[in-house]
Design a protein around this ligand. Structure first.
Ligand SMILES: C[S@@+](CC[C@H](N)C(=O)[O-])C[C@H]1O[C@@H](n2cnc3c(N)ncnc32)[C@H](O)[C@@H]1O
Length: 187
């Protein structure tokens, strides 16, 4: 990771970072109707390659695979990945819905056209710089619940009281300046 959050990132994550003992977001699931709304918002279809960073039980990845998208779910918790793989097998979608036990901060975004998030504000902020720099123009990012500080969303919807945000990655020249660290500079 390179960017304005790099020092803060190292300072806040600590030695157990990226393990089940120190999650960067707890396990909550996106309601299934909202999953479809997120995929509609990003226009997910058969030509897309979707990554869900922190995939939980894999419901977003499996729903995207059902639409024909090549999909990858990342979770640091092997129990979540086992559930997700079982779900993909039960749906007969294991050829398009893939899962990996991994720290999402180590995941390559190469080739992704859609990234989905249901994390927490600090984790979104730490990821925002990479998403803006590494995704190709025209890629979409959809977040359930939380915005990305310093990156104004293209669309925000409220569905049954839950917020959903959409960003379309702009051409390099039109990208916003890196957001300043929002809560002081770590020593
Ligand atoms: C709020 S849940 C979202 C689950 C799913 N995306 C959904 O919307 O239903 C966040 C997930 O992120 C995973 N997670 C937290 N920190 C992580 C990390 N550093 N790397 C990979 N996964 C992580 C948790 O295990 C949890 O399953």
């Amino acid at each position: 990771m390179t960017g304005p959050g790099d020092r803060l990132h190292r300072a806040t994550r600590g030695p157990m970072a990226g393990t089940v003992d120190q999650l960067d977001a707890p396990f909550w699931s996106t309601p299934r109707e909202l999953v479809e709304h997120m995929l509609d918002l990003a226009g997910v279809g058969a030509t897309d390659r979707l990554i869900d960073l922190g995939c939980g039980d894999g419901r977003i990845v499996i729903a995207a695979a059902r639409r024909g998208a090549e999909s990858l779910g990342i979770d640091v918790d092997p129990c979540r990945i086992a559930e997700a793989e079982a779900g993909a097998r039960a749906a007969g979608l294991e050829n398009r819905a893939h899962f990996r036990t991994e720290d999402l901060f180590e995941t390559s975004l190469d080739g992704a056209s859609v990234v989905t998030l249901y994390l927490v504000p600090l984790t979104n902020w730490l990821l925002g710089y990479r998403l803006q720099r590494e995704l190709v123009p025209g890629s979409r990012v959809v977040s359930h619940a939380f915005p990305i500080v310093g990156w104004p969303a293209d669309e925000e919807h409220v569905v049954e009281g839950r917020h959903v945000y959409l960003w379309r990655v702009p051409a390099e020249a039109d990208r916003p300046a890196p957001a300043p660290i929002p809560f002081g500079t770590p020593a």
